[in-house]
Design a protein around this ligand. Structure first.
Ligand SMILES: CC(C)(COP(=O)(O)OP(=O)(O)OC[C@H]1O[C@@H](n2cnc3c(N)ncnc32)[C@H](O)[C@@H]1OP(=O)(O)O)[C@@H](O)C(=O)NCCC(=O)NCCS
Length: 174
């Protein structure tokens, strides 16, 4: 069976809400209070938030599908403001990059990232940037293998709880 990657559409909101809630909880529920986890899901990941994000022209979502299963999801923001250290412009934000826990370590992340880079290049980007939790060693390691470099620090508001993130940048010409 082959992995395929397609663009997300607003009709994916309910399934994507379920996918992201489940995988966000698996990855980050232990790093914040239950109230802040609840707020983060409602604000960013649940069905209504997905509907809003997927209907916004500046966002571009990708879904990796393996057979009947959703294996991964990426969200790119095309027209947002990039942090100052992002000097290679135009730059696209990789706002979300998740592989279902069942597919970690299987190469899905690499295939989905290859598609993200392809789409970013097609859109004329010189670089991709992202914000990743400093505690998320697995994700940082993956991004480093994919050519992203730590280029500064950012604060991520997890509900009302400020968390230390790394700013990571990938030069798409490299
Ligand atoms: C980040 C993510 C997409 C990477 O996908 P993946 O399939 O795990 O990627 P890889 O198999 O290449 O693993 C990445 C590295 O982390 C290592 N790793 C695996 N589990 C780990 C753990 N618990 N702690 C630290 N490193 C770990 C792997 O060994 C690998 O490094 P190596 O190639 O040097 O051995 C995936 O882990 C994920 O979806 N995580 C949850 C969501 C998330 O945090 N996304 C990023 C938000 S910015």
């Amino acid at each position: 069976m082959e992995l395929s990657v397609r663009f997300a559409v607003p009709a994916d909101a309910a399934s994507l809400g379920e996918f992201m809630t489940r995988n966000f909880l698996a990855a980050y529920a232990h790093t914040a209070s239950p109230e802040n986890v609840r707020r983060a899901i409602a604000d960013n990941y649940a069905e209504a938030a997905q509907q809003r994000q997927l209907s916004d022209q500046k966002n571009l979502g990708l879904i990796a599908v393996y057979g009947e299963d959703w294996a991964g999801h990426a969200l790119m923001t095309l027209a947002g403001a990039a942090p100052e250290p992002v000097v290679l412009r135009p730059a696209i934000e990789l706002a979300r990059f998740y592989v279902d826990t069942r597919f970690h370590g299987c190469g899905v992340a690499q295939e989905l990232m290859a598609r993200v880079k392809q789409v970013a290049l097609q859109r004329g980007a010189a670089s991709l940037w992202l914000s990743v939790a400093q505690s998320s060693q697995q994700a940082i390691r993956f991004y480093q293998k994919e050519g992203f470099r730590i280029s500064g620090e950012l604060i991520y508001m997890f509900g009302d709880d400020p968390k230390d993130d790394w700013l990571m940048i990938c030069d798409l010409s490299a």
